[in-house]
Write a new protein. Sequence first.
Length: 387
Amino acid sequence: MRSARPASRRRVRAWTAAASVTLLAGSLAACGGEAEAPASAGADGSVSAVGDKLATAMKQLDAYPVPTEKLDDVDSVAGKTIFYVPITKQAPQFTTTEKTLAAAAEAVGLRLQVCDGKGTPTDIGGCIGQATDAKAAAIIADAIPYALAANGLDTAQKAGIPVVISNQVPDPSHPASKTLTWVPVPGSEQQIRLFDWIVSDSQGKANILINQSSDGPSPARYVADGKAALQKSCPGCKLTTNKVTSSNFALIPSSTSAVLLKDPTINYVDSQFEQYLQPTQGGVQQTSRTDVKVVTGSASLGGMKALKSGSLSAVTAQAAAFQGWVDTDAALRLILGRPMPEYAIPTRLFTKDNIGDVQLTEEAELSGEWFGPATFTDDFKKLWGVA
């Protein structure tokens, strides 16, 4: 599979907006939407061009991209504690990562402490501070912009506690170091694949509303990358952005319905992450519209079941189970002072055409079999010398 590292570097160069505490706390109201006019036709704009990409996106991997650089002396970490701090446990994906982190940590004798960031700077900072006071062996921050907890993360590293940040576009103000690493994730890839499916399904006649997360700069980067791809493959498509946040779900149904009522030609609604899916669907229902197709990204078991039942039209998901083992591997390498390998987190597109082949159980989700052979856990254990 193609490495995600070069794409991450390009995003670093493209991202110039600094994150701040107000990214979460100051964006509680989502009023209306930001409509973007259809792009003018380009030479490479073609509905048919997305077909091969969709076929590839729907396939399973032949093998997971497990690193090859072995670790020795892993037994030296036994008995130590690592902290896992997701931005909010409202996101089902993080529950899967948490469970597989626990299994990976147990394999090498580490203890896992989980602290819910609850989508607020205060709680996130409290979690980071708790880990620092506990002299954690490492902190794994999931989907947390560095600037949102900069003081706490700086203090932790000064105390010798390494930090792994995943599910974020790397912040150029805080480059990777001996105490900090960024694990790349396929946020942009998921968004592009969802837009590709919409282009194909609509035959190039889509009017899309996306409920875009305001929780930091990364979700905006993913949507920007998706928009760029959309303009090439579907010059006549229209995209409207409605900004939402995990710190205030209550506003999502009303803001969603307001946009749909303002523009009754919208025929696709995209909940950027599954954590926003329920209130997004609630907003659609408030309009009594039955002609709108709903899709979502970062889907977990709930989203997959909704696709199977027909209440969703397409979903993308990233291998959150694999991510738990990758994040543990990254933490181990920082703790032991070893070079960081190239990581890549797989993603897959699911529709009515391939969901029937998927086992919709928690066991299947945790095994990672939705994306490829469920042998990566043994591969990591061999890599760590604990098999």
